[in-house]
Design a protein around this ligand. Sequence first.
Ligand code: ATP
Ligand code: MG
Length: 360
Amino acid sequence: MEKIVLTGDRPTGKLHLGHYVGSLRRRVELQNSGEFDKIFIMIADAQALTDNADNPEKIRQNIIEVALDYLSVGLDPEKSTLFIQSMVPELTELSFYYMNLVTVSRLQRNPTVKSEIQLRNFETSIPVGFFTYPISQAADITAFKATVVPVGEDQKPMLEQTKEIVHKFNSVYGDTLVDPQILLPENETCMRLPGTDGKAKMSKSLGNCIYLSDSEEDVRKKVMSMFTDPNHIRVQDPGSLEGNTVFIYLDAFCKDEHFAEFLPEYKNLDELKEHYQRGGLGDVKVKKFLNKVLQSELAPIRARRKEYEANIPYVYEVLKKGCEVAEKEAAATLRDVREAMKINYFEDKALIQEQIERFK
Ligand code: ATP
Ligand code: MG
């Protein structure tokens, strides 16, 4: 069986460090491993419209931002198909068929959708499209016969829903769809990177992000004003690592080499943590170190972005080509699905013959 990756992002803003550690970094590794037959990276504009129906301009503007972020982190259009969801109408058709295989109460149980409804204050006015987006995600994944889906932890319920749809479809209509595997980040802190304000998730919708495209000065300012241990007032006080955002970010980004380069008095993160907990290590020093670590990761991304920003027509060309490739792929799956569901009336020669006999 072919090894196929599918994943994506909503064009509701620029991409941030949460996306980077949760999924982007992994995608680039998978792409460059050479182990995959096909890699599809989707800008989920149709999904973004489910809770931004009144703001299409926001989605339209952010398509190019996300595409620039993709190229600047190292996604390579020669190796990965970068495309826009709404340009592949087969995905909508597939969602429509899957809706028959999922109950309303099953959707209501989805914990991520539940918390997103709360976050958006939808209360009793939940758009139907938003409520059903886990179904459309199942369509996205299965249309490309994805075997591996690299995402952050908040996507776990979506993958479970997708697997249920695959199993149900295959048991009702015969073996047609591929059962996908979720690929979560290896590092616990990367599953769900908190915001700079210490809130549970760095999220475009919460405004607590460090963006991949932030300037050097913006990153520095955001790091220096980050949430730490509120009880760590004087340098000599013992500090706590619990919920300490600066240390959580170090867990996600720092390698031993960073110590040799930027803070040689410590061998590794364990030594730094130990000193912080013992007392005698100030927040400012740790923040300055984190800033250096982040800048060293972000500088090459920023530089590549500048190059692509100077060549916007190329970026649109990449997306357009990607959409064509993606549509072909999804159309092939749709043919299989229609055949399995017995709705391929004009391709089924046996059916026509059967009807001729019947009406003789
Ligand atoms: P929105 O607020 O519009 O939902 P978002 O910031 O949650 O935006 P998405 O486009 O929904 O971003 O998510 C894209 C991918 O990035 C998903 O795989 C998701 O799991 C991952 N991701 C998003 N935020 C984080 C985070 N803070 N930590 C780890 N992974 C994340
Ligand atoms: Mg999200």
